[in-house]
Write a protein that binds this ligand. Structure first.
Ligand SMILES: [Zn+2]
Length: 106
C-alpha cells in the first residue's frame, strides 16, 4: 500500500526556487514542533537541511530554541506547546514592526 507516487511536474518551473520556497514554508510551519521535539527523525532532518541553507530560518530557529530553553528552565513550564506560542509571538512582532518615523533619538 505504498502510495508515495509523485506527480511529475510537466511545467518548466524553476524547480530549485520552487522547492526552496516550499521547504521554507514547511520549515516555518513545523519549526514549533521541531523545537518542542515533536517531529519524526525524518522531519528533523528535513528541517536541519533547510536551516543549513536558509539564514532566515536558522536565525528564527535559534531564537526559538533559546526562548524555549529559557522557559523550560522555569520551575513550572506553562505548557508543552511552548514552541507554538513563541512562533505566534515572533510572527506578531514581524507584522507589527514600528514605523520608521520613530527614530531612537535622545
Ligand atoms: Zn527558510
Amino acid at each position: 500500500m505504498g502510495s508515495e507516487y509523485r506527480k511529475t511536474m510537466k511545467m518548466r518551473a524553476p524547480r530549485k526556487a520552487v522547492g526552496f520556497m516550499s521547504q521554507h514554508r514547511w520549515a516555518r510551519r513545523n519549526m514549533s514542533a521541531y523545537v518542542d521535539d515533536d517531529v519524526s527523525r525524518r522531519q528533523r532532518q528535513r528541517l536541519d537541511e533547510h536551516t543549513s541553507r536558509c539564514a532566515e530560518c536558522r536565525r528564527m530557529l535559534r531564537t526559538m530554541v533559546a526562548v524555549v530553553r529559557g522557559l523550560r528552565d522555569l520551575p513550572a513550564p506553562p505548557s508543552s506547546n511552548v514552541g507554538e506560542a513563541v512562533v505566534r509571538r515572533l510572527r506578531k512582532e514581524e507584522s507589527d514592526r514600528p514605523p520608521k518615523t520613530a527614530r531612537g533619538r535622545r
